[in-house]
Design a protein around this ligand. Sequence first.
Ligand SMILES: C[S@@+](CC[C@H](N)C(=O)[O-])C[C@H]1O[C@@H](n2cnc3c(N)ncnc32)[C@H](O)[C@@H]1O
Length: 193
Amino acid sequence: MKAKGWADYWTRRAKAEGWRSRAVFKLAELDRRDRLFRRGGRVVDLGAAPGGWSQYAARKVLPGGRVVAVDIEPLEPIAGVHALQGDVTREAVLEQVRDALGGSADAVISDLAPRLGGNRDFDQARSMELAALALDAALALLRPQGAFVTKLFQGAGFEEFVAEARRRLAKARLRTPAASRRASRETYLTGRA
Ligand SMILES: C[S@@+](CC[C@H](N)C(=O)[O-])C[C@H]1O[C@@H](n2cnc3c(N)ncnc32)[C@H](O)[C@@H]1O
């Protein structure tokens, strides 16, 4: 199947199953492999809009759990998800996330991606900054052995980030879900605090 046909398959399937985004199938695969969530758990979703990952996380942790979702864009309400609108590079926004969580996190998941500006080097640098921010936020918010996921793009800074994540996390591995576009440089790092 051509790359475009493959992408369309996930988009069509997301629509048919009531998910906000095709990205949900990436998270579902990471969860199947690394068991990211538990019923009653607290989850932080960084870069959550339009909301597929938050829908999935809510389904896994509710009832009894909590999902705090944050994005610079507005997020249409999702039952059981506490949505915050703000820029995660601002310390005050991360403080709001911490307050809304009400305790340490069992999982911090980040699908943060900058709006692409066309300059590949600049876009790559911004992607790596967002991944570094997600790692810092995760280590500040997670309980010991809490789960971490971040989106990464292969390119400048990638190897250094992975080495740093391996140093700072108890466990870290790279995973490329089937629903990631075949031609893209996208991959995910999953790990444990
Ligand atoms: C690939 S999308 C996330 C898709 C989401 N996981 C889903 O399942 O619907 C990346 C998101 O990161 C958000 N984002 C990028 N930079 C951000 C920032 N500095 N603060 C908050 N959100 C940001 C974008 O607005 C965008 O909605």
